[in-house]
Design a protein. Structure first.
Length: 560
């Protein structure tokens, strides 16, 4: 895989190198990406995907894709397929190593029986609320369940009856017998199995008891021969429990290593909060281009390479921090600058009539497709008497340092001619609706033979040949950099995060544009053809503007 950022060095890779040097796990490196199929993946998951698959690749190892499907009330097959699509789109291949925690349900059940026989697990009749009360607090030890000292035989019989469906949902659990006075609440007799009568998307109605993540996770890792189980920091306090299960069962013991989750400015990365945005109609769906989901970023036009480079650039650490979204946008621009075809489109059209240009004449101008890549060649752009320019490119009374078109002023039209404004027309409300100009036929191609200079170059499209299009201008979904820190994150939703312009004009080369195609609209930004687009009515999503905030930040930091 071709990277634009160097392979990082961090504490995880150093730990793995040390394990290889000491022949721990026989020098093997085997990671896994274990999503829950209960929703769509977001940019935070992308960081984990890139980390797990990249580490396996760097060290000549393997990486599994394993679905943690232990909660049938929230999981669906459609999420499984969406996650597989996201991982593939990001550029990673699990080959034949596609697994599900549900593949191991029978083995997990047998391991649970083994713990019961060892006196390390028991069936508890406390309700979920009572279990929480008995657990204690960070400053107070927990209390033992009155059912903690049941005999092994009684526990085996009750657990078998739980599996047989003899008890109501939530009436009994299987708990590990560890230490109710432990300073780590996760070690205070955690629940291993609960009764849930719900149809599973893979096993159907075969099971009515399901393992918890804390029990399923280490066993799944052990069965698959995982060597390094990379988790986000919230699982650090769960690591003693992970180790306890594997140690008590005498199973292969991977090394769990925790890293800080991704926090990115002007967005939220909580599944619950993202669902609130969707359910509340604040966005059009999980793939809304303003959403930080991989599906949303794909629809907006972000490239997988840019996301991979961003994830590698931010690296991994042990401390939470807030990454500025402009860094992600920097990598989007860097990639698109090299790969996106340049075209001309006018978002807010203003008609220009070149009064001294023949009415029936049409010329074809040579336009460069991408100055960064000469192999992309050139294209022909039609030029005629009537054009469209951006409304903001003309001022009746130009302010200071406005160098674009104004009465009596001359500008360059990209790839075409110099034009000079000689008149303009207003409607009854005083709005300028048409600008009249003359052109200099000696300046074809945008250069004056007499050497005279102009201070502005404008993009344009031929009115006769233009295609009417819709442009959707996206901005940050939230006005504040850290909306998750607020009492109600929805209070800071940006009311202008989407602006729809339905009377845009684009050059005729875009008649063949297909959903997913990416372009740079000269002077305006990078755009992607949306899935709503049709040949008769193309729709373009703005991916990012041409302004590079991150580059300015870095430049100012260097000066400082």
């Amino acid at each position: 895989m071709n990277n634009t950022v160097p392979t990082p060095t961090d504490f995880i890779r150093e730990m793995i190198r040390e394990d290889i040097r000491s022949s721990r796990y026989g020098g093997r490196v085997h990671t896994r990406f274990p999503p829950e199929p209960n929703g769509y993946l977001h940019i935070g998951h992308a960081k984990s995907i890139v980390l797990n698959f990249s580490i396996a690749e760097e060290f000549g190892g393997l990486c599994n894709l394993r679905f943690d499907d232990t909660n049938p009330t929230k999981e669906e097959a459609r999420y499984v397929e969406a996650i597989k699509e996201d991982v593939r789109w990001l550029g990673f291949d699990w080959q034949e190593r596609l697994y599900f925690a549900s593949d191991y349900f029978e083995q997990m059940y047998q391991y649970a029986i083994e713990l019961i026989k060892k006196g390390k697990a028991y069936v508890c009749d406390l309700s979920p609320e009572e279990i929480r009360r008995y657990r204690g607090t960070l400053t107070e030890p927990g209390r033992e369940s009155p059912y903690r000292n049941r005999s092994v035989q009684e526990n085996l019989e009750l657990f078998e009856r739980m599996r047989a469906g003899e008890f109501p949902d939530g009436s009994r659990t299987l708990r590990a017998k560890i230490d109710m006075r432990s300073g780590n609440i996760n070690m205070r007799d955690p629940v291993m199995y609960r009764i849930i009568r719900a149809e599973h998307h893979r096993t159907g109605k075969k099971w009515c008891i399901y393992p918890t993540y804390d029990f399923a996770h280490p066993i799944s890792d052990a069965i698959e021969g995982i060597t390094h189980s990379l988790c986000t920091l919230e699982f650090e306090d769960h690591r003693p429990l992970y180790d306890w299960f594997l140690r008590e069962l005498g199973l292969h013991h991977p090394r769990q290593i925790e890293f800080a989750r991704l926090n990115i400015s002007h967005t939220v990365l909580s599944k619950r909060k993202l669902k609130e945005l969707v359910d509340g109609g604040y966005v059009s769906g999980w793939d809304d281009p303003r959403m930080p989901t991989i599906a949303g970023m794909r629809r907006r036009g972000y490239t997988p390479k840019a996301i991979r480079d961003f994830c590698r650039r931010i690296g991994v650490s042990k401390r939470d921090n807030l990454v500025d979204v402009s860094l992600l946008e920097y990598y989007i621009r860097t990639d698109l600058n090299k790969t996106a075809m340049r075209v001309m489109g006018v978002l807010r059209p203003l008609r220009v009539v070149i009064v001294n240009y023949p009415e029936d004449r049409v010329e074809e101008m040579d336009a460069i497709n991408n100055p960064e890549d000469p192999s992309m060649g050139t294209r022909k752009v039609p030029f005629s008497r009537e054009l469209y320019i951006e409304r903001d490119d003309f001022r009746e009374e130009p302010p200071e340092k406005f160098y674009r078109l104004a009465p009596g002023r001359e500008v360059r039209l990209r790839y075409a001619y110099f034009i000079r404004c000689v008149d303009y027309v207003k409607d009854d409300d005083g709005n300028i609706v048409e600008v009249h100009c003359t052109y200099d036929p000696e300046t074809r191609g945008g250069n004056a033979p007499d050497g005279r200079k102009v201070k502005a170059t404008l993009h344009w499209v031929s009115a006769r040949h233009a295609i009417k299009a819709e442009a959707r201008l996206y901005d940050h979904l939230f006005l504040t950099p850290d909306p998750e820190a607020s009492e109600d994150f929805k209070d800071f939703i940006n009311p202008h995060s989407l602006i729809v312009l339905d009377s845009c004009m684009v050059e005729p080369s875009l008649k063949d544009a297909r959903p997913g195609d990416r372009y740079q609209f000269e002077r305006l930004g990078y755009f992607c053809v949306d899935k709503d687009s049709t040949p008769e009515r193309p729709v373009f999503n703005r991916i990012v503007t041409l302004r590079d905030t991150w580059a300015k930040i870095e430049k100012s930091q260097k000066k400082g």
